[in-house]
Design a protein around this ligand. Structure first.
Ligand code: F6P
Ligand code: MN
Length: 325
């Protein structure tokens, strides 16, 4: 069976600026994949010795991946500016109208030390502004994304991407060095698997406690079926599983730090995943409604996230509404 090559697929896109940006991201992620493969041999594991703007410890590979993507996008004429989890402020690359790229260079980076899955997440927004790049022009609802995706560095390296017409998944062929189309993502309406960090249970809102309690009661409970639980602790890998075989993934609000509305970041984690999940037939919400309709207020904003099978997301959101009523 022959698998179409990502580079060739890009030629059929009407928007050539978008095609060249996606190509640039895919090529850079191949480099990141190579660095990851060498692991400890490359001396690139461990802490970088500083914190990012989120107050999280940066790993050497967070910094390496960020620098590789930043450098590559700077060489891409179509890109006007970028924002990254590892950059305090937005970075201007051109004064002409163009594309804005937001990204998490290495999602789930605490997994690096145990040789487990990590990924790169990206979102692409249009900007018709001229002149110096400002944070304000990035603050568009996720519905305005022209493309989004991720590269998962797992047993094989995979690229998942949407330009608003379904979700395609490509596998990196280590022999030819090409991303080859290997599947399309479709999330079934119903689910039998859920993903949540159960260690935060005592800090969740009562609606989340009640929802998870229903799932844990299995066939004997109100949902009348048994559920399995998975938690990779890298959003990119947990969402990849949902896109491949269904389920629900949540990182809800919790009371550990009342100033944080959630853990995950809207502009380079929740929005791109929401675009992919909706394009695969699932839903992605906060308790108030679809993530993609949120008006961002700042580039590093955090949000609660409930995503995946429509039946589960609807049930969980409706339980929040019951508590609020
Ligand atoms: O980027 C944040 C992140 O690492 C996600 O990739 C992941 O889903 C989550 O945080 C893991 O959180 P925790 O440390 O609570 O398991
Ligand atoms: Mn992340």
């Amino acid at each position: 069976m022959s698998h179409p090559i990502f580079k060739d697929q890009l030629r059929s896109l009407d928007n050539q600026a978008l095609a060249s940006t996606l190509d640039c991201l895919a090529e850079t992620c191949k480099d990141i994949s190579q660095q990851l493969k060498r692991g400890e041999l490359a001396g690139i594991l461990g802490a970088a010795g500083n914190e990012n703007v989120q107050g999280e410890e940066q790993k050497k590979l967070d910094v390496i991946a960020n620098d590789l993507i930043k450098q590559a996008l700077a060489g891409c004429d179509a890109v006007r500016g970028l924002a990254s989890e590892e950059e305090d402020d937005v970075v201007g690359l051109s004064e002409a109208p163009g594309l804005l790229v937001t990204f998490d260079p290495l999602d789930g980076s605490s997994n690096i030390d145990i040789n487990s899955m990590v990924g790169t997440i990206f979102s692409i927004l249009p900007s018709d502004t001229t002149g110096p790049v400002t944070e304000a022009e990035f603050l568009k609802p996720g519905r305005e994304q022209v493309a989004a995706g991720y590269v998962l560095y797992g047993p094989s390296t995979m690229l998942a991407v949407t330009t608003g017409d379904g979700v395609e998944m490509y596998t990196l062929d280590p022999v030819s060095g090409d991303f080859m189309l290997t599947r399309e993502a479709h999330i079934p309406q119903t689910a039998k698997e859920f993903a949540i960090n159960m260690s935060n249970q005592r800090f969740w809102a009562s609606s989340v406690q009640d929802y998870i309690a229903e799932l844990l009661q299995g066939a004997e409970g109100p949902r009348g079926k048994n559920y399995n639980m998975r938690w990779v602790a890298a959003m990119v890998a947990d969402v990849h599983r949902v896109l491949c075989r269904g389920g629900v993934f949540m990182y809800p609000w919790d009371a550990r730090d009342p100033n944080k509305p959630g853990k995950l970041r809207l502009m380079y984690e929740a929005n791109p995943m929401a675009f992919l999940v909706e394009q695969a037939g699932g839903q992605c919400c906060t308790p108030e409604g679809p993530i993609l309709d949120l008006q961002p207020e700042e580039i590093h904003q955090r949000v609660p996230v409930i995503l995946g099978a429509a039946e589960e997301v609807t049930r969980c959101v409706s339980m929040h509404a019951d508590v609020a009523a």
